[in-house]
Design a protein around this ligand. Structure first.
Ligand SMILES: [Fe+2]
Length: 241
């Protein structure tokens, strides 16, 4: 009898501990090498270029509103949502790995905060080109660069409503393209596509409406002129380790 009682006490202790610490899923092992592990959830980073740097493909006014109003609001709302919760001391990867339990405020604003930082960094006025390693992987997965570009563009153009298009590395180290709704991303446990993101394109109307109005396909085609391939190459090299 005494043994049973002791076991009950230990069981209750474990449950209490889980409640106090929160139950966070561990991010996939292959994300450990990623630079995303260093993402600081408490810092709103500077835009890595001037508002007009991506003209004429993405106009300065759109960049200013997108960064300084939309992006900043996601960051502020995320910080407010995690304040005084266990999420405040977690990494972005830990938060996304259990985001289904975090509630809509953290899911939407955490996604909105992170996705935009990721997006700004995969844009540049100096576009460059895919590395030999990435080109080989693209050819293997899609047949050719043109077929990859078409598949990615189709994901962006056909995402219904607001969302994002992604190139990502799956857990079996294969390249894939797909899209997510709203501010979801492939790092989230709720996402139907899962992996390490390599390239993102924001297809919310706020990303293109001032210049392109309802013509999302034109915006998607223009995007290819300002892809920061050096950054995508770096992300791929990190993710494939
Ligand atoms: Fe956006």
């Amino acid at each position: 009898m005494e043994h049973k009682s002791t076991m009950r006490k230990i069981g209750a202790g474990i449950i209490a501990l889980l409640i106090v610490t929160g139950s966070f899923a561990t991010p996939p092992e292959n994300l450990k090498n990623s630079a995303m592990e260093k993402f600081d959830i408490h810092v709103f980073p500077a835009l890595p270029y001037a508002y007009d740097a991506l003209e004429p493909y993405i106009d300065a006014r759109t960049m200013e509103i997108h960064y300084d109003k939309h992006h900043r609001a996601y960051f502020n709302n995320f910080i407010a949502a995690i304040k005084d919760t266990p999420y405040d001391s977690k990494t972005i990867l830990q938060i996304f790995a259990s985001v289904s339990e975090a509630g809509d405020a953290i899911r939407n604003n955490g996604g909105g905060f992170y996705n935009h930082v990721f997006f700004w960094n995969n844009l540049s006025p100096k576009s460059g080109k895919p590395s030999a390693e990435l080109t080989e992987a693209i050819n293997k997965a899609f047949g050719s660069f043109d077929k990859f570009r078409e598949a990615f563009s189709n994901s962006a153009k056909t995402r219904f409503g607001s969302g994002w298009a992604w190139l990502y590395l799956t857990s079996d180290k294969k390249l894939a393209v797909g899209s997510t709704p709203n501010q979801d991303n492939p790092l989230m446990d709720v996402s139907t596509i899962k992996g390490i993101p390599l390239l993102a394109l924001d297809v919310w109307e706020h990303a293109y409406y001032l210049k392109y109005q309802n013509r999302r396909p034109e915006y998607v085609d223009a995007f290819w002129n300002v892809v920061n391939w050096d950054e995508v190459n770096r992300r791929y090299a990190e993710a494939i380790k």
